[in-house]
Ligand binder design. Structure first.
Ligand SMILES: O=P(O)(O)OC[C@H]1O[C@](O)(COP(=O)(O)O)[C@@H](O)[C@@H]1O
Ligand SMILES: [Mg+2]
Ligand SMILES: [Mg+2]
Length: 308
């Protein structure tokens, strides 16, 4: 299993130059929507197809799921041949015959481009990876590794594995350690909260009014970039439950679980409002949404008290 995880992380790192270069010329929306009802950019579909090809070809990886596809795709040795070309979110080939519950078999879930609406204005974006020892939809407790790539001025990759978080700089697809023991700093500095303010619940808004007296606003509209501010400086990021969307916007398998895992492994805390994101029960829907709050433990404790 460790060898498979190594191969998955290497494959993600080596795909990043192609993802980055592939953004050029793919900044417009297609006529398709993903399962979450969001319009797909050509870049979303491109990154999804590339990652399915690279991660799905690794020995020991038997399931591939993505924010940009309807269902879980069986890949690798147990490939039933139905994995090709289903990046529209509307195609068939949506049931996995790969069994990630089998010994040594792993399932990967990706958000190929996180914050892709930032592409039009050429602002930061990311890629998120979750590696589960169990069939998708899986619990965050089944994660054996998780990672995010940040396409900023430089490409970085932050990996949680074996109770440690490592930040790498990625050059030509190779990872070089920048920080072998990433921890969320004790003294928080920044905050960023998604969703329109009139759509926030009153109790969440009251919490925000306190936080904004204490910390600096850092919000760019791509979760990975905003979360990385919290990792670097300490603070809190949330995409909360909204009046119009009680489960928020972000998805448990592709966003909530891996980000919760990375932040908790770095010594911070995560919450859906009442419990750790890693304890949220998957409801069977691969695209299940979850309110997401991550940051310094004291700030997440206060959030849970405020929402109580
Ligand atoms: O533009 P909005 O509605 O505030 O949403 C921003 C949030 O949506 C996301 O872009 C959702 O992720 P995707 O881009 O992968 O769909 C987050 O990265 C970000 O935090
Ligand atoms: Mg996303
Ligand atoms: Mg995305």
């Amino acid at each position: 299993m460790e060898t498979t995880v190594d191969a998955v992380l290497d494959a993600l790192a080596s795909a990043t130059p192609e993802i980055r270069e592939g953004l050029v010329g793919r900044r417009s929306y297609q006529d398709t929507e993903n399962e979450s009802g969001e319009r797909q950019l050509a870049a979303d579909v491109y990154a999804d197809q590339l990652l399915e090809e690279r991660l799905g070809g690794i020995d020991g990886v038997v399931e591939y799921a993505s924010e940009e596809r309807t269902g879980v795709v069986a890949v690798g040795a147990t490939d039933s041949g139905d994995s090709a070309g289903d990046a529209s979110g509307t195609g068939s080939g949506d049931s996995a015959s790969g069994d990630a519950d089998a010994d040594g078999a792993l399932a990967v879930a990706v958000d190929p481009l996180d914050g892709s609406s930032n592409l039009k204005s050429n602002n930061a974006m990311g890629t998120i990876l979750a590696v589960y020892d169990g069939s998708i939809p899986a619990s965050g407790r089944d994660l054996v590794a998780s990672a995010f790539v940040l396409y900023g001025p430089i490409t970085t990759m932050t990996v949680a594995r074996d109770d440690e978080v490592t930040e790498y700089e990625v050059v030509d697809g190779d990872r070089r350690v920048r920080d072998a023991d990433v921890t969320v700093p004790d003294d928080p500095v920044v905050y960023g909260f998604g969703g329109r303010v009139p759509d926030w619940h009153d109790d969440f808004e009251a919490y925000v009014r306190e936080i904004e007296q204490e910390l600096k606003l850092r919000y760019g509209g791509a979760m990975i970039a905003d979360v990385n501010q919290v990792v670097e400086y300490g603070g809190v990021f949330a995409y909360p439950s909204l009046e119009s969307a009680p489960d928020g916007k972000l998805r448990l398998q592709f966003e909530g679980n891996p980000i919760g895992h990375i932040i908790e492994t770095a010594g911070g805390a995560s919450s859906d409002g009442t419990q750790s994101l890693l304890d949220v029960e998957p409801d069977g829907d691969v695209h299940q949404r979850v309110p997401l709050h991550v940051g310094n433990e004291a700030l997440i404790d206060r959030l849970e008290a405020a929402l109580d």
